[in-house]
Ligand binder design. Structure first.
Ligand SMILES: NC(=O)c1ccc[n+]([C@@H]2O[C@H](COP(=O)([O-])OP(=O)(O)OC[C@H]3O[C@@H](n4cnc5c(N)ncnc54)[C@H](OP(=O)(O)O)[C@@H]3O)[C@@H](O)[C@H]2O)c1
Length: 298
């Protein structure tokens, strides 16, 4: 879709301060949409985020709405004049003490509920590849409850299902620079990591398309070990990996869960992700090496 085809459509980007959300704000705007960004902090929106997430400049969006999706009372007027809602709201590195149920499910549920009786015609939601097949984790349960809510909402919707993000690969490069990478499980599970900018482009396409589900991966299929080896190569360090066996990782995750529900749920997810393949069709073009090199230079 070119900018002239968007017909002045107005999009709300929720999750705009996040890794994917920042790229989504920029890509919707570049491709001709009128963009309102939902954020908890305008200051953080304007600043660059970790792992090359861009700073949002005045020309990157038309309006900023400061509110909190977990608190419906802060959202009055959020969807005024909006045609499309895009949401990548979810917990990744936040330390708010909230659960996946409270954020990944309830915050998105609040946005869906808000659509009723408004001009919103389409909701683009970012879940994850394979979440519908992993039904026992707090994060996948929360994501798929959002999907189910959309299915019965009467709204047009698209579910985007990405493989791993380059932001998570940035963590591997950080470890490689420090001299040792920790891997959970054998490290031989395969996946197709994707750059946030490439994925944002997929999301803009999804907003204009008619597919209900869109799976999206980057240009390379690799194992966790191969990604780590690449990180060491770019960091110019000898490869040193410590593998945490699954039995031990599972035990650790359970112990963490007894101490803190949010961290325990996250640890359980990391352990499960270390066990399964997550290979999606190629939608991104940026290679992991070029991303590591740009991170290394920055
Ligand atoms: N990382 C991966 O490999 C991967 C793969 C597949 C799918 N996903 C999913 O993709 C989505 C986006 O990921 P991301 O890496 O872009 O995440 P991110 O950088 O953590 O951004 C998530 C967004 O959710 C918002 N959020 C978190 N807690 C909130 C709260 N209590 N109230 C309101 N907003 C809150 C964040 O706002 P603040 O910035 O204000 O905290 C941020 O804008 C997530 O749902 C994730 O599960 C990730």
């Amino acid at each position: 879709m070119t900018s002239s085809d968007t017909n002045g459509k107005r999009v709300l980007v929720a999750g705009a301060t996040g890794y994917l959300g920042k790229f989504a704000v920029q890509q919707f705007k570049r491709r001709g949409y009128w963009v309102r960004a939902l954020t908890r902090s305008e200051e953080r929106l304007r600043r660059g985020g970790p792992f090359t997430a861009p700073a949002i400049a005045p020309e990157d969006c038309d309006e900023i709405f400061v509110g909190e999706a977990t608190k419906p009372e802060t959202l009055a007027g959020l969807l005024d004049g909006i045609d499309i809602v895009f949401s990548s709201i979810g917990i990744s590195r936040q330390r708010d003490g909230l659960t996946f149920e409270q954020v990944d499910y309830q915050a998105n549920r609040n946005l869906i509920d808000l659509c009723s009786g408004t001009s919103v015609e389409n909701f683009v939601y970012v879940s994850m590849l394979g979440a519908e097949q992993i039904s026992n984790l707090a994060i996948t349960i929360a994501h798929e409850r959002v999907v189910e809510t959309l299915r019965t909402s009467g709204l047009e919707y698209t579910i985007v299902r990405p493989s791993g993000y380059f932001s998570d690969m940035g963590v591997l490069l950080d470890m490689a620079k420090r001299g040792r990478a920790l891997l959970v499980g054998s490290g031989n599970n395969r996946f197709t990591p994707i750059h946030g900018r490439d994925l944002a482009d997929v999301c803009v396409d999804a907003a204009a398309g008619s597919d209900r589900e869109v799976e999206a991966g980057g240009p390379e299929t690799m194992t966790q070990r191969e990604a780590a080896a690449l990180a060491f190569d770019v960091a110019g360090k000898p490869v040193k990996m410590t593998v945490i066996p699954l039995w031990l990782a599972k035990g650790l995750a359970r112990t963490i869960g007894l101490l803190n529900t949010q961290f325990g749920d996250l640890a359980e997810f990391i352990v499960t992700a270390g066990e399964v393949d997550a290979v999606a069709p190629t939608r991104g073009r940026t290679t992991l090496r070029s991303y590591f090199e740009s991170l290394n230079d920055s």
